[in-house]
Design a protein around this ligand. Sequence first.
Ligand code: GLU
Length: 510
Amino acid sequence: MERRVRVRFAPSPTGALHIGGVRTALYNYLFAKKNGGDFLLRIEDTDQNRFVPGAEDYIVETFKWLGITYDEGVGIGGPHAPYRQSERQPIYKQYADQLIANDFAYYAFDTTEELNEMRTKLEASKMPSKYDAASRMTMKNSLTLSKDEVNERLANNEPYVIRLKLPRKEEVRFHDIIRGWVVVQTAQMDDKVLYKSDGMPTYHLANVVDDYLMKITHVIRGEEWLPSAPLHVMLYRYLGWEDVMPQFAHLPLLLKPEGNGKLSKRDGDKLGFPVFPLEWKDPATGEVSSGYRESGYLPAAVINMLSFLGWHPSDNREMFSVEDLFAEFTLERVSKNGAKFDLNKALWFNHQYLQLQNNAEIATELLPKVTAKGYSADLAYIEKVVGLMKEKVNFAKEILEKGTYLFEAPTNYDEGVTSKKWKRGVPEFLAAYLGKINALSSYEAIELENSFKNLAIELAQNPGQLMQPLRVAVSGEAGGPPIFEMLELLGKEEVYKRISKAVEKITVIS
Ligand code: GLU
């Protein structure tokens, strides 16, 4: 019988969720939706030393912002609750015990010094410094100590760990949906710690046990976990769960824009883009890292952009709503090669989604910022500003940054224009144009344009030479939205004032 598709995102709350982690979550979510399955959020917090307060809430908030919903998990519960591994602590010991009872694991009592000594010795003789089938026989564990001594140490509460007992020479093979067959020799692996006497399982044991108990069918995670997969395969086998072992899909790394190396937490703010979904203040150092949300990215743009970092659709469309992605996403079209982060593409996506956003909605978002700057513009006016400027920007906030002159008269005039185009005849022309404006029956862009052109013909001047001076007179800038629409928006009185002032202030070039 086909099993119901169940996938999980299983982050460790060791800091702010990296944008690569968001992509992993997204691919899991899309895969679940595509296959009519379930998506779980499980928090893997067994390593209490690396626990960072706020990291879990940050993940939940990121999902909320992006509209990624999950069917079971922290905060909402579900049939396999709890979904936080620290709260599942009592579950794991029995599986570690089962492995010991079946001779697939053993107790080890080595101290840190003893482990270091072993490693130094192996390194000195140019051997791989691993705790494995060879070296374990020289160490203090239940394979070398007598049964009585082991029991005595356990009875005395001596600290121990439980290690997986890997065979000396065996081939581990498994199929990865993205990478194909992966073959690893146990001789290259080491006897990983599964459980510690402080009562906590390690990531490996907890991860496999929970994936089994939670009936996970596909493990979709970052490439950095590929080296752990052979060990997990062995655990499924030794725990007798091989027939329900999930399928693996290891996603490609997210690379720096130039492609040389993994996109790290430090890169973003250096290279001019966020590597975190939301702004994050490190609770230990107070260091603040920028977020996509605070930088003005739209959730739909981030989803679309991330979906393309390592995956491609069956045709060359680029704009995909999340619903489109539900239909189109397949793991077979995830690439093996690292995906280079592309800032221009991220900006392009945001630009596209901004164009789709309703002007009134953007205006409502901008209103408090407009008010905070001391401008008295109302919502209706801002909506018109949005209509005029949206096409020119990638972010809503840029409308205010680039279009200040739509709220206040310029105090400076672009020198590139004034020093080249403010020739003799220009102020006279503009003064005459003011007269025309005054006489207009209706103050509209089309009328403003027609009278501008007619006046140029009348005065035997080239309208092309006068356009930029007009723009500079009104906005101070060399470029901007369609000029006559801008004049219409600003209103007759304001335009009159601005042109008069420019005529008076700007010096004519000789
Ligand atoms: N806890 C691991 C992480 O932090 C999960 C890896 C996995 O999905 O198995 O990414």
